[in-house]
Design a protein around this ligand. Sequence first.
Ligand SMILES: Nc1ncnc2c1ncn2[C@@H]1O[C@H](COP(=O)(O)OP(=O)(O)OP(=O)(O)O)[C@@H](O)[C@H]1O
Ligand SMILES: [Mg+2]
Length: 525
Amino acid sequence: MNLFSNYKLSKEILMAIDKMGFEEPSPIQKASIPFILGKRDLIGQAQTGTGKTAAFGIPMIEMISKKPIIQGLVLTPTRELAIQVSEELRKIAAFKRLKILPIYGGQPIGRQIKALKMGIHIIIGTPGRVLDHLRRNTIHFKDIKYLVLDEADEMLDMGFIDDIKEIISKTPNDRQTLLFSATMPREIQKLAKQYLKKPKYIAINSGDLTKPSIEQIYYKVLDKYKLDSLCRIIDSHKVSLGIIFCRTKKSVNELTEALQARGYMADGIHGDLSQYQRNKVMRAFKEKSIEYLIATDVAARGIDIGDVSHVINYDIPQDPESYVHRIGRTGRADKKGVAITLVTPREIKQLRTIEKEIGSKITPNSLPTMEEIINLQQLQWKKQIQNLLDSNRNLSVFNNLLEELTSDYALNEVAAAALHLAFNEQTQNESLNDPYYFGETGAKQGMVKFFMNIGRNLELTPKKIVELVSEQIDMPIKDIGKINIFDRFSFIEVKEEFAPFVYEGLKNYRFNGYRIFLEPARPRS
Ligand SMILES: Nc1ncnc2c1ncn2[C@@H]1O[C@H](COP(=O)(O)OP(=O)(O)OP(=O)(O)O)[C@@H](O)[C@H]1O
Ligand SMILES: [Mg+2]
């Protein structure tokens, strides 16, 4: 028996829920559906991917009458989310046959005006475009009974607040108002009380903003090796679909180009692209014709694509809320997911702040070595070769070539050379991540000491060494530790968490053609 039938829902709605494959209500649905049916205002907070859309969608669609006037309004912060929410609500309303229309910027307004004349029941819109229609008098909200702010904290955030206030002022006072988000900062709750009548506050797992089904890890990387590090990371994980977040539109463009040039199936999305392009990229990603979606925070909130196995913060998010929403694009409904954050030396503090705010730990991981990646790739090659051989595909075009080669070389030599060529030059790169020693080295507690031999770089003054080292690790050395210089031999002692950066930044460093030799100080025996 479908557990949704415990609620006072009509047959049309229950049939739709059944068809959507929902067997039992999620915790936020359990808590909100009866409450909303009871006509009360509500602030609902529950983790990402736990069904907040249906939590407001089911009772709202239940209560809306078939009379063809606009009775429901859902506001969302982005166009992609408006499209997605209207798709989900259409499924819920499939048998009741309500007309549901997304209206958002970037779409020809004429087409929307025409559609609005078709007798629409529910509008899902972005604030700017909704306001545009209100001002043109092409939309009327005097019969609105239900107003939902999805991603309420984002919606009420400074940039949107005036638009939202103006929209709300055009709706009747006796409307029911519902706010939903995975994050609900305290200020927002206060502000919300202005617009809600005696709202009930429902929070599911509010102490733990992120889901245990999302594995959270981070890698320490240096800015100059970021792209390389990213490639190593994604090559060593089994990514089925990945969203890679960048801070700016420019870095989305640059990373997209760099990944495409390296043969990854990647495409970018951000607010400066045409809506046509944005829709095209989203569709390609959903259909899996691209594997990596490179995005700004425009894709951070609400987007629900079930098979996203990995979210990668190429640039660390600006605030803990953004982190929560970004990583919530994976591990949705009952699925598992992996969230990876790249952290440069200057960003360590920010990572700690995020950890503190979200109330869970982000585990450090070390970059896979070249050897590990080669092993992994060899496995993939093996599989591909086996598949090709098993497919009985006709490969006779190579017979002549093979005959010529095998008259001079052994067959296994020829095969190995062919594999080498196919396998490309990657094998020649050196590892970025040789293991280093973290033991008792005479370093102070919580510090790691490296032995540094500057070879015959005799013109290196102590001041110059400090300067060069700071430059290489992208951080003033005085901020993270110190250097002791004794003639050609020196020690660098740094806080433990910065040790990987120092090692990665210095171990292959050359000055005037001489390599600076760096090795972790051995424990005193
Ligand atoms: N009761 C249910 N049983 C099974 N699947 C469900 C149920 N409710 C919702 N889902 C599915 O779970 C997925 C996530 O739902 P939804 O997008 O509403 O999450 P959300 O809580 O709004 O997340 P976010 O905070 O990221 O916006 C959707 O694909 C939805 O269809
Ligand atoms: Mg949502």
